[in-house]
Write a protein that binds this ligand. Structure first.
Ligand code: ADP
Ligand code: MG
Ligand code: ZN
Length: 493
């Protein structure tokens, strides 16, 4: 029986993303003003930022290096000749009346990025059409002065990279994976802090649908005002539903820009194609074309760190981790470094079992950090302490239960793991006499269960082990408990 043909399966979703990433340079792209976020309004500006007549821009070398770095990281082609253009439009936050951007000859072309396909169909390549450099505008403010609007030019001149994907994404989930991967890459590179809430990593989503198998793309809408990955995904799902409904009703999609409203969980039209600007682009006369040498590109290439995919591959082979674990642990450089420090510490103290280290980092620590809404940089447990904890499990000093107890103390109070184990008496009882005593007591207290065991209901063993663990306050070595209990029961037969 074939599944019913629903609208969802009749249509295919097509998505292309444009990401604006603020580059983490100390100074702006065309002047020496600072780029720090959150400074008092209009304290980080100069005549270039304010576009006084007669000023001349001077290109920041570091901006170019960061764009090259990003281009190499996404396996793009770095153009030896690129140029800046003027994009003319009027807006109060743009004192020059034009934005300096790259148009026809961007610095990077033809890149790609690999995402884990959410439907478990293996890795999928997403094309990156181009990366270009441009300046950010200021901010119009409508609060603070009664009855007036004003402008803060601190952000004017902040360097941006615009990273444009091919329309290769096929679902909101894939768009989410793409953004996570891209954000991880720019963070690994140190070229952008990736903060979507503060607007230093902004995404516009272009969405269309078409009948499955149709040879050409449908009409797209552009979604703006998406300040988290979750919102990007929700806005795409909403847009797909909206377009399917239009087409199923015999209407057609109109190309327009739509604003997402996260509170209402819906979008509204902002402007249509008719009001699309004519930007009258022309080459920027105040800046010479940008010429790069292969030597300069090679010098930047030499500074590239190990990137998420390569690191995940190394984690799989070096630590025998699953694809999933390797993916989670390489989501950020900080998490990856933390895991490696834990695994190394555990390995120097005992038999290395990186899977145990991985679990403690991902499950126990990850879960606990989540609860506090902290990320790995805010962990109260230094990696070498968690490494000691893992080593003590491997050495049989801690049981699963006492390890969790120690973990909680380390998380809330901190301290030296070994000293805490001694002070709190968490050391696992591996002494057989003590355990045998507990076994005897439990068997004497539960004669019915013992009888059931001898009658063939061997499942009661689990209950008896539990009782013995309870009697030893979880400190008995479970393997030893099992062994001694079995021996005692057999002797009784
Ligand atoms: P613009 O500059 O007008 O936004 P671009 O050609 O630069 O137009 O495209 C912007 C983004 O839109 C790219 O990421 C591209 O992949 C995507 N895109 C183009 N056509 C479609 C379509 N029909 N459906 C979905 N995305 C599209
Ligand atoms: Mg666009
Ligand atoms: Zn300035």
């Amino acid at each position: 029986m074939s599944p019913p043909i629903t609208s969802q399966s009749r249509y295919e979703t097509v998505i292309g993303l444009e990401v604006h990433a603020q580059m983490r340079t100390r100074s702006k792209i065309f002047c020496g003003c600072a780029t720090q976020f959150g400074a008092e309004a209009n304290t980080q500006i100069c005549p270039i930022c304010a576009a006084f007549p007669g000023v001349l821009p001077v290109l920041n070398r570091e901006v170019v290096n960061m764009a090259i770095k990003t281009g190499l990281a996404i396996q793009g082609q770095i153009r030896l000749l690129s140029e800046f253009s003027r994009k003319n439009y009027f807006y109060p936050d743009l004192p020059a009346g034009y934005q300096i951007s790259q148009y026809e000859l961007p610095i990077v072309e033809h890149g790609q990025l690999v995402i884990a396909s959410p439907l478990d169909q293996g890795p999928k390549k997403i094309g990156i059409t181009r990366i270009h450099m441009e300046v950010d505008a200021g901010k119009s403010l409508h609060e603070g002065i009664q009855g007036a609007s004003w402008v803060d030019l601190n952000r004017t001149g902040t360097p941006l990279m615009e990273i444009v994907s091919e329309p290769d994404l096929r679902s909101a989930a894939e768009a989410g994976e793409y953004l996570k991967k891209l954000r991880a890459i720019v963070r690994y590179l140190g070229v952008c802090d990736g903060n979507m809430e503060e607007g230093s990593f902004r995404c516009d989503a272009n969405v269309s649908i078409r009948l499955r198998g149709a040879p050409i793309l449908g009409t797209r809408c552009e979604l703006k005002n998406l300040n988290s990955i979750r919102n990007v995904m929700r806005a795409i799902d909403y847009e797909v539903e909206r377009q399917i409904e239009l087409i199923d009703n015999g209407d057609s999609v109109i190309q327009e820009t739509r604003l997402w409203n996260a509170d209402l969980n819906s979008s509204r039209a902002m402007r249509g194609k008719e009001d699309a600007h004519d930007y009258r682009y022309f080459p920027e006369p105040d800046l010479p074309p940008l010429r790069l040498t292969p030597e300069r590109i090679a010098a930047v290439a030499a500074t590239l760190p190990e990137l998420p995919d390569a690191k995940a591959e190394r984690f799989r082979t070096q630590y025998q981790l699953s694809d999933y674990d390797a993916g989670v642990l390489t989501a950020s450089q900080e998490l990856a470094d933390y895991f490696e420090a834990v695994a190394q510490q555990a390995a120097t103290l005992g038999q290395p079992n990186p899977k145990v280290a991985a679990n403690w980092v991902m499950v126990e620590l990850g879960g606990r950090l989540n609860k506090e809404n902290w990320d790995i940089q805010q962990t109260p447990i230094p990696a070498h302490h968690l490494g000691q904890l893992v080593a003590m499990i491997q050495q049989g000093i801690l049981s699963g239960k006492t390890a969790k107890e120690l973990f909680e103390i380390l998380f809330t109070e901190g301290g030296d793991p070994l000293q805490i184990v001694e002070r709190k008496g968490l050391r696992q009882v591996t002494n057989s006499t003590a355990i045998e005593e507990a076994v005897d007591q439990v068997l004497a207290a539960h004669p019915e269960d013992v009888a059931q065991y001898h009658a063939g209901k061997t499942k009661v063993i689990g209950f008896l082990v539990g009782q013995i663990m309870k009697r030893t306050q979880g400190k008995a070595n479970p393997a030893l408990v099992n062994q001694l209990l079995q021996a005692r029961l057999t002797r009784q037969e």
